[in-house]
Design a protein around this ligand. Structure first.
Ligand SMILES: Nc1ncnc2c1ncn2[C@@H]1O[C@H](COP(=O)(O)OP(=O)(O)OP(=O)(O)O)[C@@H](O)[C@H]1O
Ligand SMILES: CC(C)(CO)[C@@H](O)C(=O)[O-]
Ligand code: BAL
Length: 287
């Protein structure tokens, strides 16, 4: 497995693979890898001949300096994990390589970035879309796999690839959960043992929204059912719960045209101390 650290090295590797007739699958990450990331890698390797994983904690997408500083960075473990599952190349540039002095171009996302995470984290998606465009430019993948855990990010990146004619297939991989239902996330390691147990309130709140919807609730009632579960957990600080159209991400007032699987979702953000957890679910699951 190759570990590459500049865009030129990355492009050169990728061009050679493509000349050899290989297709390239790409999994962009910020490191602190867990089995959720490994599921994305497995997905990419089923679809493509070679798999590239990028590891870069992108300063441009952090709207809080403390969150950036405390983001876990176990780079040696991450590289070992990639090697163990047969990743072909890790792209791990430094911030100075990605954003050398004089770097000034930004990619601006559209309306999809204005709600939920975009409303709560000003500038976040401009940072995400800019770095993903740069990573795509260095890796030049045929296919890129993103997690549905960051559902809004996935929708925005699908638009990025389509709107900028990138010719890259964007795949959304289902959320990988711990046995108690908590979505796997790099930030989970920052929860205390007690908060980790209590954090199950986050997926349970989404379960409550799904159950309420199945019982005929309106979107507002489904949100209230979810919020009630979080409110019952004294260590949790609720930030938002939204029921939205799965394609446009617009909040829903009614389910009149949204009763099919995949048509409407619920998303939430909840804090435990200084750790912010996000999660989302299909409101009309077909299982
Ligand atoms: N539990 C999961 N299931 C599916 N995909 C996931 C999961 N966790 C992360 N991903 C995906 O992995 C990719 C890289 O995410 P990232 O490196 O930010 O990890 P993370 O666990 O989401 O960390 P955090 O949310 O704490 O920043 C993203 O496409 C993300 O959606
Ligand atoms: C896509 C991404 C790697 C861009 O930094 C990041 O937002 C993430 O890990 O989801
Ligand atoms: N996985 C989302 C990246 C972020 O929280 O910045």
């Amino acid at each position: 497995m190759k570990v590459l650290s500049t865009p030129d090295e990355m492009r050169c590797w990728s061009d050679a693979r493509r000349r050899a007739g290989h297709s390239i699958g790409f999994v962009p990450t910020m490191g602190a890898l867990h089995s959720g990331h490994m599921a994305l890698v497995a997905d990419a390797s089923r679809r493509c001949d070679d798999v590239v994983v990028s590891i870069f904690v992108n300063p441009l997408q952090f709207n809080e300096a403390a969150d950036f500083d405390s983001y876990p960075r176990p780079i040696d473990d991450d590289v070992a994990m990639c090697e163990a599952v047969g990743v072909d190349a890790v792209y791990a540039p430094t911030a100075a390589t990605m954003y050398p002095s004089g770097h000034q171009t930004r990619v601006v996302p559209g309306e999809l970035a204005e709600v939920m995470e975009g409303a709560m984290r000003p500038g976040h998606f401009e940072g995400v879309v800019t770095v993903v465009a740069k990573l795509f430019g260095a890796v030049r993948p045929d296919t890129a796999v993103f997690g549905q855990k960051d559902y809004q990010q996935l929708a925005i990146i699908k638009r990025l690839a389509a709107d900028l004619d990138m010719g890259i297939e964007i795949i959304g991989h289902p959320i990988v959960r711990e046995t108690d239902g908590l979505a796997q996330s790099s930030r989970n390691v920052r929860l205390s043992a007690d908060d980790r147990r209590r954090a199950v309130a986050v997926p349970r709140s989404l379960d409550a929204a799904v159950a309420a919807t199945a019982a005929g609730a309106t979107p507002a009632e489904a949100v209230a059912a979810a919020e009630q579960v979080v409110a019952a957990e004294p260590r949790a600080r609720h930030e938002y719960t939204v029921v939205f159209d799965a394609s446009t991400l617009r909040p829903l007032d009614s389910f009149d045209e949204h009763s099919e699987p995949g048509s409407a979702r619920v998303a939430t953000a909840v804090w435990f101390d200084d750790v912010r957890l996000i999660d989302n679910r299909d409101l009309f699951p077909d299982d």
